[in-house]
Design a protein around this ligand. Structure first.
Ligand SMILES: [Zn+2]
Length: 298
């Protein structure tokens, strides 16, 4: 009898081990890895929204959206909402609106309707458009905490991830070719040795103010200003940022003829590797803080 009990116990023991082992083996990869994000890493998604900007940052714990693409005229789900849902996003820890032009603010209404948002960082620049007024109203109705960011503002993120606002300073630029563009929020994200610079639509006036301001904005990966327009990406600015990789966000055959051949030439001369959403679709940069890889949709 004793030996039978011993055999039974051994069987139960082995069975327990087996089940415990099974418990640790993931049946399918967790949703957060669906977009190709390393479990302990950081991923930046430059979402193909045609002509406009929408960038998703996924830190080990958090999700941040910079700009929301353009307005969608038909009844289909907004492409930024679809993209975020496909990434398994259920909450946005922050939305950063670089400036209130429609190609950056256009998707805010459906995004706010689809996801709880913990905080909005805004440039504080106002416009008279219906889109902008509706945005403010919706933020008020949903009681989303709203911060007007300025150079020196820091966003509270996971340990090991730094997100600093570099521009605009307290007094905004005036009488430039486009004040709304030049006073875009400029954000620098640092994860270990890898840094990302997001410059919204700043043009040469905004760039030269950043240069005068000084400080560190040298970055590994640059989101090129104003969709690669001829008015952005001066040689002096590119030299100071010294990126290895640049991302241009623009639409296929867009009305503005972005990116400008001169901007592409400057990037080529500076030996920067260029990726474009009009040619390659959504672009994902993944990093462990030491190295990075770039994945393109097409
Ligand atoms: Zn724009």
């Amino acid at each position: 009898v004793k030996s039978r009990i011993a055999v039974l116990l051994a069987v139960v023991f082995v069975l327990c081990l087996f089940m415990a082992g099974c418990g640790r083996t993931p049946v399918s990869p967790p949703a957060r890895e669906a977009g190709g994000m390393a479990a302990a890493g950081l991923a930046v998604h430059y979402i193909d929204v045609g002509q406009g900007d929408a960038i998703l940052i996924r830190t080990p714990q958090q999700a941040i959206l910079i700009d929301s693409g353009d307005v969608v005229q038909d009844k289909r789900e907004h492409p930024v909402v679809t993209y975020l849902k496909n990434q398994g996003i259920t909450t946005l820890d922050a939305i950063i609106i670089t400036h209130p032009h429609a190609d950056h603010l256009g998707g805010i209404q459906p995004v706010l309707a689809a996801f709880p948002v913990k905080r909005i960082y805004d440039s504080g620049q106002t416009t008279t458009t219906r889109l902008y007024k509706q945005y403010l109203l919706q933020v008020k109705q949903l009681k989303v905490p709203f911060t007007v960011a300025r150079a020196g503002t820091q966003a509270a993120l996971d340990d090991g991830v730094k997100l600093d606002f570099l521009s605009p300073p307290g007094s905004l630029l005036t009488d430039t070719a486009s004040d709304l563009n030049n006073n875009s929020l400029v954000v620098r994200l640092v994860y270990g040795d890898i840094s990302f610079l997001f410059v919204g639509d700043i043009e040469k006036e905004g760039e030269s103010r950043l240069l005068k301001q000084g400080g560190s904005f040298k970055s590994t990966i640059l989101k090129v200003g104003h969709h690669g327009s001829s008015t952005s990406g001066t040689a002096a600015f590119l030299k100071a940022v010294a990126p290895e990789t640049a991302i241009i966000m623009c639409g296929v055959d867009n009305d503005y003829h972005h990116p400008h051949p001169g901007t592409l030439k400057k990037l080529e001369r500076a030996q920067v590797k260029v990726y474009r959403t009009d040619l390659q679709g959504s672009i994902i940069v993944m990093t462990d803080g030491r190295q990075y890889t770039v994945k393109v949709e097409k």
